[in-house]
Design a protein around this ligand. Structure first.
Ligand code: T3D
Length: 255
């Protein structure tokens, strides 16, 4: 069972709460393993995964109390961070990062690995790495320049200052920033929406968008055709078209 995260499933929505609030949910080795396990073994009734933080922060990145001078950073990234990020990107169901408070270092990049990032207005994103003499990791140098362009990515990483949730939304780094008092309801509404959606099509959409960062146009067209072929054979597609023709909302089952 989990020690560093809370994991619940309710009405199709799995919620993973980073749960070391006394250290702003800093990532320990154990926490990385638990996030990886939870995201890669989602129960079959879960059709959306929400990742959020307990207390006033989202995640403060690597647990720095863990880091003696001789820590093997390369090995930690390869053996612990990479599987965690891949588990999120390859999760069977769409992933929402519900950024309730500050997201720093690998904690920011954990959030940005999600499919949809919703932040409370009081939250912020810090590429804190350079402050302690490190390089942004956990996928940050892949995701951030593609999202906001090189100029803003460089500024974020070199100055290592907090970017407000509003700024992050204005730059296209995240989906939206919500007033704090509307945050929980806003996240719940989007989570319910995704949990009631065509899960197989969502997975294919995520795969296509992720692949678009590496593919050329021809490869991407071929991928779209293959994924659409599979989507066209799902029960949800039949239901979607039938509901449209019957002028009623679709009742997707995720298959
Ligand atoms: O393997 C490898 O090491 C390579 C991988 C690296 C990945 C990384 O993520 S490197 C970057 C690591 N993270 C940081 O550098 C961020 C460090 N934290 C902060 O800059 C600030 O704490 C925050 C901006 C996140 C929040 O600031 P604030 O003022 O709201 O809170 P605070 O008072 O600084 O923090 C509250 C407590 O959490 C405090 O403990 P205390 O004084 O109450 O006993 C603080 O020490 C603790 N805490 C915060 N972040 C971490 C942490 N403890 C351990 N590790 C942390 N990352």
């Amino acid at each position: 069972s989990f020690e560093t995260i809370e994991f619940t499933v309710s009405e199709g929505v799995a919620t993973l709460t980073l749960n070391r609030p006394q250290v702003m949910n800093a990532l320990s080795s154990r926490m990385r393993a638990e996030i990886t396990e939870a995201a890669s073994t989602l129960p079959s009734d879960a059709r959306c995964l929400v990742i959020t933080g307990a207390g006033r922060g989202f995640c403060s990145g690597q647990d720095l109390t863990d880091r003696a001078a001789a820590a093997d950073l390369e090995g930690t990234l390869r053996d612990e961070y990479e599987p965690m990020l891949r588990a999120i990107r390859a999760c069977r169901a769409p992933v929402i990062a519900a950024v309730n408070g500050v997201a720093a270092g690998a904690g920011a990049n954990l959030a940005l690995a999600a499919d949809v990032v919703i932040a409370a207005e009081s939250a912020s994103f810090i590429q804190a790495f350079a402050r302690i003499g490190l390089v942004p990791d956990a996928g940050g140098t892949f995701i951030i320049p593609r999202a906001v362009g090189a100029a803003r990515a460089m500024g974020m990483m070199l100055f290592a200052e907090p970017i407000t949730a509003r700024q992050a939304a204005d730059w296209g780094l995240i989906w939206e920033a919500l007033p704090d008092d509307a945050f929980a309801d806003g996240v719940a509404r989007r989570a319910r929406q995704l949990a009631a959606g065509p899960t197989a099509a969502y997975r294919a959409i995520r795969e296509a968008v992720q692949a678009s960062t590496q593919n050329d146009m021809d490869a991407q067209l071929a991928l779209e055709a293959r994924l659409q072929g599979a989507a066209g054979r799902t029960a949800d597609f039949v239901e979607g078209v039938t509901a449209f023709l019957e002028k009623r909302p679709a009742r997707f089952t995720g298959r």
